[in-house]
Design a protein around this ligand. Structure first.
Ligand code: ADP
Length: 261
């Protein structure tokens, strides 16, 4: 399971990276190809410089073909949103979460009744929860407590002014808190950076929280992390409330690819 998750995290990161790179290269290639073609048009058929410009056009065309392939790969990472109840997801994952966190950690689920539905990619949501729980486990080697709490929240303009990235509205909040080692402010500042890890080689990829951050942002939500050395860490994810309360199956139609995180 952990190996699969590591792989999924890597693929996700590679997908985002590839999509970003391909997009930028496409723009550069368009400039190269466009100008090289203009040059060719302006040269007569006997111009000695044609031999220098023709390979530029051919190479740029080949590059454009490759970037199309890369973009197609990146699009496979697109989200598949559906409407669901986050409490049901947490309840379904309960046994897995308890196994993951280990016997010396108490798990406390505080799931609010009447929770609004959210609209998100359910598999990515599960992966996000698992990533956060892996971190909680690593932060509590001597044991401790993991609390998972859900609630409906209405973020006001006031709240938004306290936190730069928050836009007001109705959200479902899932808060995962551990009583672990916590983080110093300089670590906290960097946790969403891809490949940033303080764990030994083979234990951490530094992709967990960057993937969670990317997913939450793509979903139109917000993520906040509070941490205190020696006391623990709390990860709060706000997902936008679904417009309808009807639960939907996972849709096969893919959402437009958004590669920005
Ligand atoms: P990884 O777990 O592979 O290192 P993450 O992106 O999930 O990658 O986390 C990055 C870093 O953030 C971790 O290496 C760790 O230093 C810190 N971190 C994340 N979650 C916690 C937590 N709950 N308690 C303490 N430190 C944490």
């Amino acid at each position: 399971m952990e190996a699969q998750l590591l792989q999924a995290q890597k693929m996700q990161a590679v997908g985002q990276l590839t999509g970003g790179v391909a997009h930028d290269f496409n723009n550069l290639l368009t400039v190269i190809l466009g100008n090289a073609e203009v040059l060719l048009d302006e040269m007569n058929s006997h111009d000695a410089h044609r031999k220098l410009v023709e390979p530029i056009v051919a190479a740029a065309e080949r590059g454009a073909g490759l970037t199309q392939l890369m973009l197609a790969f990146a699009r496979r990472q697109a989200l598949e949103p559906s409407t669901f109840d986050l409490n049901e997801v947490v309840t379904r994952m309960n046994a897995l979460l308890r196994r993951t966190i280990g016997e010396n950690v108490e798990v406390d689920l505080r799931l609010t009744k009447g929770l609004w539905k959210v609209i998100a990619d359910i598999r990515q949501m599960e992966t996000a929860i698992l990533n956060i729980v892996f971190n909680a486990r690593d932060a509590m080697p001597q044991g401790g407590k993991l609390t998972i709490e859900t609630s409906n929240v209405e973020l006001s303009d006031d709240y938004a002014t306290h936190s730069v990235e928050v836009s007001p509205g109705q959200y479902v909040l899932i808060a995962l808190s551990d009583t672990g080692i916590g983080m110093a402010p300089d670590i906290l500042d960097r946790i969403f950076e891809p490949f940033f890890t303080t764990k030994p080689v083979g234990k951490g990829t530094g992709l967990g929280l960057s993937m969670v951050h990317g997913f939450v942002k793509q979903t139109g939500g917000h993520i906040q992390i509070y941490s205190e050395i020696g006391h623990g860490t709390c990860v709060k994810i706000f997902l936008p409330r679904a417009k309808t309360d009807a639960t939907t199956a996972v849709q096969s139609a893919r959402a437009p690819t958004s590669l920005a995180t």
